[in-house]
Ligand binder design. Sequence first.
Ligand code: ADP
Ligand code: MG
Length: 701
Amino acid sequence: MSTALPKPVYQRFCKQVQGRQQLDRQTADAVAHAARIWAQDKGATHFTHWFQPQTGTTAEKHDSFLTLKSQIVAGQEETYAIDAFSGGQLLQSEPDASSFPNGGVRSTFEARGYTIWDPVSPMFIRRGPHGTAVLYIPSVFISYNGEALDEKTILLRSSEVLSNAAVQLLRTLGDNETKRVTTTLGCEQEFFLIDRALYNLRPDLKITGRTLIGVPPPKHQQLEDHYFGQIPSRVLACIAEAEYELARIGVPVKTRHNEVAPNQFEVAPIFEEASIAVDHNLATMEVLHQVAHRHKLKVLFHEKPFKGVNGSGKHANWSMQTDSGDNLLDPTATPETNYRFLLVLVAILDAVYKHGGLLRSSIASASNEHRLGANEAPPAIVSAFLGDHLSEVLNAIEAKRPVADFSQPHLETVRIGGTVLDLKISTMPPIARDLTDRNRTSPFAFTGNKFEYRAVGSKQSPSFPVVLLNAAVSRSLNLVSEALNKAKGSKAVPSEEDILSVVRQFTTASKKIIFEGNGYSDDWVKEAEKRGLPNIKSCPEAFKQLLAPHNKELLISQGILSESELTSRYHILLEKYAKDLLIEGNTLRSIITNSVLPSAFTYRKELADSINSQKTAGVDALPEKKILASLTKACIALTDSNEKLEALITKIEGLHEEAQGEACGKELTVAMEDVREKSDALEKQVADKYWPLPKYTELLF
Ligand code: ADP
Ligand code: MG
């Protein structure tokens, strides 16, 4: 834009976007014109308002730049085809909104919905097959009455609320320079890549994104040899191509590596302003999906595609940054006297303590349920990890004693950031050590200069978790500001003692949320119960947190969600949960009925035939008889379980929303697990050549 627009127009555009003002019509027209010329030069024929309905993915409707213009020439009407794209078209368009989830916000006859350009997030051109190219315009999606129907509107609202709250705190501390604080976000994205041809043979993977049956192979991740191992060349080719495409649309992908499970990988970008980071995370998933296709691979974003090996997550690295580029969560070398940091830190702890249930609701889904609480992912109890050093700082302030010395002066080396380690190898330079070690078991861990929200599902949009986090932290920042104002009395700025008293007060009130130990252990479950922390195991229970009075009040009073938007989201989440599970149930039932049992029967017949012919030959087919008997037992067990599953599905399909969600979580998952157990037992007995589906060994190695 800086090269395509006249300088004053460009400056006006920047000023309006940075100052979070509405674009004036003239500027919008100029930007639209420049964008069209730029896009057409690069081969684009269409534009699309790209938006994020509450489906976890994105949506788009393409419009060409074509316009017909009529003119009277010598008394004759002549029609010309021209390319046009006005500011009005750039700013807003109107897709039919009737078929997106709306949770009762509108009925289908009120189909109007609007997509409106979010000028903070850059437009980009995406190329498709046969030279097609489309101009993408990142947008919000709202209803006829202005209600948010998407993930982005509420994210923008929450970031603004957070900015105001953070600026207010900085004002209280005497900072009159900072005008805005942005939410920063960097999403580490985990996924599996498997062979596409094999994938196509697994209806469960195709329909539900995960294997509903299947025996884990004898060797999977026990040897811990996949994590950070050499990236297989076929995979590297695919990821590298995806990275190239992503770079072309402005997504700053930075890291890539093998993850813990076989065929599991991760990519992460450089962090950005949250709304852009969300756009870019969704784009990353889409591009990986498309590029994998070209490499005859299939990317799986499901949180738990395979039983018995690790699932995937999305680590949402979150922080706040002032308009002069200061990270508010940078502890510096001496956090104990970095008051701004300490106040922000205790505000976050307060937020997580008071609204842990709310945070839990934002990551609840049928698929993420396989990770949360399972022995590999952050538990369903939301706690925060700080590391030894920061915990000590808060404890010392609380106890009014000096902070223990974390430096190691005997090493006589320069301290860079944290402390230094002595490797006892003379040729190695001293190693700078971070203030905190890592804790892979914490759902919400401080990792050096940001919090890492690790419980977010790999498949979901990171937007909603960030919205709720922003909301909770904004409130707590306001409370911290209030406490500071009270403590400082008539002074212009609070004294050191005022600040420490506030830090102390908040630490005491919320320290129950801090947990430094192993979050996967049973001891923690007991300990958390003693501390009174909620352990919300099921999705329906988690979704109810959205409607709990204190959470509802938080979101509505801040203007992040209206009452009807909130209720509609609750219904959408619950409905989706039940639908997801019913789809799984029906898929499983049909695989068992149409593939697994018939295969087992074919094998049984072969055994029976063999027994008969051996009998004719005068031989007693002892081993075959033994296997046939056991096979018969296994088949009966599976048939019984499958019948029960079928009956249960019929029953659940007849229930109403809340009862349906409840029954899906409590009964359907159990019935499916039972069918799986029986099917897996059968898989172990049926001859390989009869088994109808590719097995884990084929899929994962
Ligand atoms: P790690 O494995 O140490 O968590 P990665 O490099 O895989 O590190 O991912 C860390 C992510 O955190 C990156 O996306 C990075 O850009 C992001 N990040 C770093 N600093 C911040 C910050 N201040 N705010 C938000 N995200 C950040
Ligand atoms: Mg990480």
